[in-house]
Design a protein around this ligand. Structure first.
Ligand code: ADP
Ligand code: MG
Ligand code: MG
Length: 898
């Protein structure tokens, strides 16, 4: 089997379609070199080799790879007319990770590999640039030292030991920028760096280039399994068994002087989606400098530079003098870059995020990938690309990651309150959103507060988990392409980066802004759309949805086959869901209405009643309340279908468990405390989830079903008088046998008949059931003889199929997922393999009896894109989900249908 694929130069083995094997970076490097974009030549070691390495270990894998790697390096040497490890004419390499899908910054890269004390001298001679040679060498020791040899800061408050040395030397020499280091300084750094490595790891820095190369390759393989990479995969649902590819590539140098540079660019704005080429670069630097925010990066385009200067309140003279755009500084190279970016976007038909390096006036492209973007940018880019004719409407629809639509529905700052609030600093609008929270300075402390703002000089990949937990991210260094900015946009999290006027002191845990000290725990607010940082809390309001959002919904409607309903227990929820396009209610949980203060009393009296008479008495107090609830919902839905589920939870959930409340109840009911206590004790169950609940309640206390039916039917008649015709769908929960259902059906129909007689009027209504017990799915053919609709309650069906109690699963499910025993949480993503079979059987058997049987799903899965696609394939009539997931379900359902 082939484990090494070459790219660049005359022979390119791979292409853009080979992402699973070559990783995203490797496949796209190959593709770029195929379409004539200048890419430094190199080769890719496959992701399969990474998997083999994880199984077979280093020694075996090195044997398996050796010949191919050596001959590929020889190939590069011939092409570049230089030699790896050669003292006179050295070739330097980069070793880069690259998984199937991009995991920005999560895995490791080593640059400038192949240097040692002799080679560095040769490089200086060959390039006639001693400063460059030593700058590359100190960078190499720094990167290799931390990535491969594992040099780390001692405490989280400390900088990386190499950075500490750099800072100390800068201070000693009285300079600010690393570009101001002299050759002598750089030599000192190299010397000190090597000592740090030896002291911390006990090993001397390796001098043999081939040892360095293998060290780099295996370090990249290992970086697949670092904690941060695992965490990234967990939150992004990327399988652990994919592995990463390794790209070994000829170095090109952006640090050769003033005619060299490096940068990152986006073909469109990743924050807003606006169709403007943008990006950042640094003169005389290497790639990592831009992302790590070592120096303030400059803008690529003149327009971007002007916008940036305005935000940073830099005058036009200063801007042109100190921070000119690439467009102004190197117009010809800019034009060439601009041509490539257009070519790449047209070729890949999506927004690209690219890396480039200019070595002494020659432009090289080092990477391209479909750019990470915010939810808002995702929607705008999809619709714009459709309008521009870059993609067709099906592709535009498929470009939407339904889950990311969620971001667009989050609250934003109220502009009125913003005007009254106090701006303490201004940074770059790195990722939009509104975040209010308490300051924390370390990622592992983000969970200290419910709402925290991770406030850092800059973020690093180790901070991922804390960034995910925090409400928002604020950095004082770094630009729009800094680590914090890129990761925050991917997460759809509010981020303000490079707020340079803020000073952070990690050791004292304070930040200074606008002449004031802020401590950990202090409240601040970030506006990710403007880059403003505010003191204190700023109130938020519901967002308005953009025109492009509506366009996506329209596009979905064109292809969607299923209906999307909502789960709603109140008129307010119903209205919100309708504004998002819900076509009915798939589940109203009647019990939620009983928890309000004045109602719970009547409910408790009903539960504690000893006789049927007393129970009916208590129920009659509940009747008018339920009726008005239903009226409100019917009105809010204006005639759209509404499914109402009869009482479902075990009764003990409603009784008081605290002594004070028990006493109050005893007084209210004029019975002894002892009587209340013993009644409550009687209600206790060993396993309430499988106990006295669902239709088992209605079948033991038929008067509950009677009251609820009466409330539903009377409410429907009441709204009919106001001109709203509604067809209530009454749903019996937790049915396992036909008779459980037919008994309830009888009560419902008789009660309805009674009400119709009393009111001398009638409405249409349906009686159906939930399928949420495996037995119900198996006897669905019999149940369908009576039931007029099915709704799959996949929460309970998952509990009963797996035998997991959802409320107790927190103790083992996370471990199962970590260990790979389960791929996903089955309560989050419907288990198609097992639970899905029961759904399939239920539908098939139900429709054998009643071919037109209406079937839907309610429960969490109804708003989860993969599960929605499954429901589509099962030919369900609708899915039902919480109001804020309605747009997500609509897009997911439409995607399943294209
Ligand atoms: P990541 O996936 O974290 O972006 P990369 O492999 O892309 O890691 O590399 C990190 C940085 O090093 C990038 O800025 C890239 O441009 C730079 N780089 C990688 N390979 C080379 C090379 N052959 N020559 C010059 N710079 C390189
Ligand atoms: Mg990269
Ligand atoms: Mg249920």
């Amino acid at each position: 089997r082939t484990r090494v694929y070459k790219f660049g130069g005359k022979k390119t083995d791979g292409d853009g379609s080979m992402k699973p094997l070559l990783g995203g970076k490797g496949a796209n490097l190959a593709e770029m070199s195929r379409i004539g974009i200048p890419v430094p030549p190199g080769f890719t070691i496959t992701t399969e080799a990474c998997t083999e390495y994880n199984e077979l270990g280093r020694k075996t894998l090195k044997e398996l790879l050796k010949d191919e790697v050596e001959s590929a390096v020889l190939g590069i040497e011939q092409m570049m007319k230089s030699k790896f490890g050669d003292v006179e004419n050295p070739l330097l390499l980069s070793v880069r990770s690259g998984a199937r899908v991009s995991m920005p910054g999560m895995m490791d890269t080593v640059l400038n590999l192949g240097l040692n004390d002799e080679v560095v001298a040769g490089l200086a001679l060959k390039t006639n640039n001693e400063r460059f040679a030593w700058d590359s060498y100190r960078r190499f020791i720094q990167m290799y030292g931390s990535v491969v040899m594992g040099v780390k800061p001692h405490n989280k408050e400390d900088l990386d030991p190499f950075e500490e040395i750099i800072d100390a030397l800068k201070e000693k020499r009285g300079i600010d920028l690393d570009t101001d280091f002299t050759v002598a300084d750089l030599k000192d750094l190299v010397y000190d760096f090597k000592n740090v490595v030896l002291k911390q790891t006990g090993k001397p820095f390796p001098t043999d280039p081939w040892e360095q190369l293998w060290g780099g390759i295996f370090a990249v393989f290992n970086s697949w399994n670092t904690e941060r990479a695992r965490y990234y995969r967990l939150i992004n649902k990327i399988p652990n068994d994919w592995g990463t590819a390794v790209n070994v590539q000829t170095m090109v140098f952006g640090n050769m002087g003033l005619s060299s540079a490096t940068g990152v660019a986006f073909t469109r704005d990743a924050a807003t989606g606006e169709n403007v080429f943008n990006g950042e670069y640094l003169i005389n630097a290497q790639g990592e400098d831009v992302v790590a925010g070592v120096r303030t990066p400059q803008q690529i385009t003149k327009l971007g530079s002007e916008r940036w200067a305005k935000l940073a309140t830099i005058s036009e003279e200063d801007r042109v003098e100190k921070y000119p755009s690439l467009q102004e500084l190197m117009p010809e190279l800019y034009d060439e870059l601009n041509e490539y970016q257009k070519k790449l976007e047209t070729h890949f038909k999506d927004m690209q995020d690219l890396e480039f390096t200019i070595q002494e006036g020659k432009l090289w492209i080092l990477q391209t990938r479909n750019g990470k973007r915010t939810g808002a940018a995702m929607v705008k880019i999809a619709i714009d690309s459709l309008k521009e004719g870059l993609i067709d409407d099906k592709t535009a629809l498929l470009r939407i990651d339904p889950n990311k639509l969620d971001e667009l529905l989050h609250p934003i700052f109220d502009t009125k309150s913003l005007k009254k609030s106090h701006v303490i600093a201004q940074g770059l609008p790195a990722s939009p959103g509104a975040a209010t929270g308490q300051i924390v300075f370390f990622a592992d402390e983000a969970k200290k507060y419910k709402n925290s703002i991770l406030t850092r000089i800059e973020t690093s990949p180790e901070d991922l988990e804390g960034m995910n937990i925090a409400r928002g991210i604020l950095t004082t260094r770094g630009g729009m392409t800094s680590h914090a900015a890129v990761v925050a946009r991917g997460m759809g999290k509010c981020c303000v980066s490079g707020a340079g006027s803020i000073q952070i002191d990690y050791k004292k845990r304070i930040m200074r802004a606008n002449g004031k000290e802020f401590h950990e725990g202090d409240w601040i607010s970030l506006d990710g759309a403007t880059g403003n940082v505010y003191e204190g809390k700023v109130p938020t309001i519901e967002p308005e949805l953009s025109g492009e959002f509506a366009d996506i919904m329209k596009l979905s409607d064109k292809y969607i086959k299923m209906q999307v309903r909502t789960n709603a227990d109140t008129p307010k929820d119903a209205r919100v869901a309708r504004s998002f396009g819900a076509q009915g209610i798939g589940l109203t949980r009647t019990e939620h209405m009983f928890f309000e203060v004045d109602r719970i009393k009547a409910m408790r009296e009903m539960i504690l009643a000893d006789t049927v008479k007393a129970r009916k008495q208590a129920l009659s107090q509940l009747l008018p309340m339920q009726r008005s609830d239903f009226e409100g919902i019917f009105e809010a839905m204006e005639g759209l279908p509404v499914t109402i589920r009869l009482l479902d939870p075990p009764l003990h959930e409603f009784v008081p468990h605290q002594l004070v409340t028990q006493k109050e109840l005893a007084e209210d009911m004029h019975i002894s405390l002892e009587a209340v206590k013993s009644k409550i004790a009687e209600l206790e169950e060993f396993n309430p989830m499988m106990g006295h609940r669902g239709c088992r309640l209605g079948n033991t206390y038929p008067e509950i079903t009677e009251m609820q039916t009466r409330a539903i039917i009377e409410a429907a008649l009441d709204v009919k008088e106001k001109g709203i015709i509604t067809t209530p769908e009454i749903m019996v929960p937790l049915v396992g046998t036909v008779h459980e259902f037919t008994e309830q059906e009888k009560i419902i129909r008789n009660t309805a008949k009674q009400v119709f007689k009393e009111r001398n009027d009638s409405v249409d209504f349906l009686v159906g059931t939930m399928i949420e017990i495996p037995r119900a799915a198996l006897v669905a053919d019999k149940i369908a003889e009576h039931a007029e609709f099915f709704s799959f309650g996949t929460n309970d069906l998952t509990q009963t199929t797996y035998g997991y109690s959802r409320d107790d699963s927190g103790k083992f499910l996370p471990v199962y997922i970590e260990k790979g025993i389960l791929k996903e949480d089955p309560f989050e993503v419907l288990d198609q393999e097992g639970v899905g079979q029961l759904v399939n059987i239920g539908i098939e058997r139900g429709r054998k009896t009643k071919p037109k049987l209406k079937v839907g799903i309610c429960g969490e899965h109804g708003g989860e894109p993969k599960s929605v696609a499954f429901c589509h394939n099962q030919k369900m009539n609708y899915v039902s989900c919480s109001p804020y997931r309605v747009p997500i379900a609509r897009v997911a359902a439409a995607q399943a249908a294209v």
